[in-house]
Design a protein around this ligand. Structure first.
Ligand SMILES: [Cu+2]
Length: 330
């Protein structure tokens, strides 16, 4: 019989995670046994009526106390150091990671590959290459969990979260939702397929699914939406009175009417599209139309538009009004 206590180990995080988990479990069990054994021993030894030496009760013993406090402290610190290392590794996404966008909604997972391949409740990734997932929810809070990869992260409406892992074993593994998100929560799962590089290349060449027409990349789909929603009437090549240019927006510093600043990240771009007045760019008024989220633009659409804006590359030729040097503060 094959008694499996933990899911298969299929990513770079599986082994360190299991070492941490098993060490915690073993230490908890060992200390519980020690404590309960001593309780039982002394309860029985000094039970009323038992003949035991009760003269000179011990009140203080520095050596015993140092040992009793010292060992757990050292063990605790060692576990802290080890788990901190794992945590930092998990939250530091490698630059060369293959990125997939994951949208959680009641009750399914929708995946968008940058090249335009889309999947539902399935995720195909190449073996041996780091995979970065950028996650967002379209409705309630979900939890994206890959047990064999030992990674899990909350998928929250209105906010991009991310996780990464490097698959180390080819095969089919589970995807689950770990947060009770409604009546069909238990069906919110699927499979991740880790493929050998050769198979993976074929899969991508086949557009992931040979029954569908050739996919457009996310950026191309975003460009299409940008045209349909007429964003270009205000956002052109250069900053204009109608609106700032969106070229080179990612990573650019923005200054708002209240004087606060931020560096534009994907979360900021997302907010600017569906909630444009939350932070108004200095020099502009409340003129950008408010697009009706889910009717005009879904999370998928926002993702595509962001990829399109990112693909515009290069900063706008003229600085935005907010960053135009006035001379006063030089
Ligand atoms: Cu869910």
């Amino acid at each position: 019989m094959n008694l499996r206590l933990a899911p298969e180990q299929a990513s770079n995080f599986a082994l360190p995670y299991d070492i941490l988990f098993n060490t915690f479990t073993i230490l908890s069990v060992v200390f519980t046994i020690i404590v309960f054994a001593m309780i039982l021993f002394f309860v029985s030894k000094y039970r009323r009526g038992r003949k035991a030496d009760r003269s000179n009760p011990m009140h203080h013993n520095t050596r015993v106390e140092l040992i009793l406090l010292g060992i757990p402290t050292l063990l605790g610190l060692a576990m802290f150091a080890y788990s901190t290392k794992i945590y930092v590794d998990m939250r530091t996404v490698p630059e060369d990671a293959y990125e997939v966008f994951v949208i959680g909604k009641q009750w399914m997972w929708h995946m968008q590959h940058p090249n335009g391949i889309r999947e539902n409740n399935e995720l195909h990734v190449p073996l041996g290459q780091p995979v970065k997932l950028t996650l967002i929810s379209q409705d309630v809070i979900h939890g994206f969990y890959l047990p064999e990869m030992r990674v899990q992260y909350q998928v929250v409406p209105g906010r991009y979260t991310k996780l990464w892992f490097k698959p180390t074993k080819a095969g089919r593994f589970h995807i689950w939702c770990t947060i009770h998100c409604g009546t069909q929560h238990s069906e919110m799962g699927g499979y991740i397929y880790v493929m050998e590089p050769k198979q993976w290349a074929e899969w991508v060449a086949n557009d992931g699914n040979r029954f569908r027409p050739r996919a457009t990349t996310l950026a191309q789909a975003g460009e299409q939406r940008f045209k349909e929603l007429a964003c270009g009437t205000c956002h052109g090549e250069k900053d204009s009175p109608q609106g700032p240019s969106l070229k080179g927006l990612l990573g650019k510093e923005r200054v708002f009417t209240d004087g606060s600043r931020t560096v534009a990240d994907e979360g900021y771009i997302r907010e600017s599209i569906i909630n444009p007045y939350a932070r108004l760019n200095a020099g502009y008024g409340e003129t950008m139309p408010v697009y009706v989220y889910k009717e005009q633009i879904s999370e998928e659409g926002i993702r595509e538009i962001i990829e399109y804006i990112k693909s515009l590359g290069g900063a706008a030729p003229t600085a935005s009004p907010a960053t135009t040097p006035t001379g006063a503060n030089q």
